[in-house]
Design a protein around this ligand. Sequence first.
Ligand code: PLP
Ligand code: COI
Length: 338
Amino acid sequence: MEIDWSNLSFGYIKTDYNVRFHYKDGKWSDLEITDSEEVTMHIAATCLHYGQAAFEGLKAFKGKDGKVRIFRINENAKRLQSSCEGIMMARLPLEKFEEAVVRAVKLNERFVPPCESGASLYIRPVLFGTSPQVGVKAATEYTFIIFVTPVGPYFKGGFQTTPFCILREYDRAAPLGTGIFKIGGNYAASLIAGERAHDLGYSNVFYLDAKEKKYIDECGAANFFGIKGNTYVTPKSTSILPSITNKSLMQLAESIGMKVERRQVPVEELAEFEEAGACGTAAVISPIERIDDLDKNISYKFSKDGKPGKICTKLYNKLRAIQYGDEPDVFGWTTILE
Ligand code: PLP
Ligand code: COI
């Protein structure tokens, strides 16, 4: 099958191989390489009934120099360990995560999109409980899989502004719940709200904190940032995913002389931002056109002409330049595939 690299959506395309580790009797196996797209498991596996499943998302990029760079493997490895602790799953050692990522990309190198397409190879690790339990208890056996798939932009049109909406009748995660972990259940919990937002013409839901609905949480499957003068403001919350893209953007913002504030952000403060963006591995930076508070009939606008703002564009270009190897990797974020 010929792949149209420049017109990829964010979806699944079969590649050559996926890689796996299995956890049993307190030990992780050696790496297994397979071309099967299937898994077989027990009908009482804990991932099916009690949601013991966590995933990650990272990307590999082919540069003008023909080299393939994988972005921040170690950060994703650490976050997966945190998710595993959060729902009592066996923790995958960091070096095993890295081994699996590098092998999965290497084995499917022909699927890394060419540089000029602006596309990338999405790497999807997933770890889940496979052994049976009928009582609510953690599994004793786990499987970890990485598959990869070439992807284009998460939101239609790529680097373009999109609108979000506030819908107070849905929460994604509770303040002391699982929002800080990248586990499947959080995404199940977000499906209805996401679908409602799409039906209403928005790219996704803009979540407020579940307890008081006073502070900003995040934007669908992406973190939020707002720009006020020379300051990058992003929410601090116990119910949002610690985004690796956001962490990178905070460093980039500081490196270009901006001030960074990570703190609770009251929803009314949206009126004070000149620019705003949703950021994540899939979203990269998706500049926000406007946020409509549908319960209060207020529209917060971040773009006068529908175009991305100056700072969003600058940060986007800086991040992409490091990912594609156009600028030196001064922060040590990328792993070059041998
Ligand atoms: N928030 C949620 C809920 C996500 O699913 C993601 C995607 O991974 C992000 C934020 C962005 O995180 P990252 O930049 O690490 O991809
Ligand atoms: C990502 O940005 O990697 C995500 O996880 C977003 C979504 C596809 C779940």
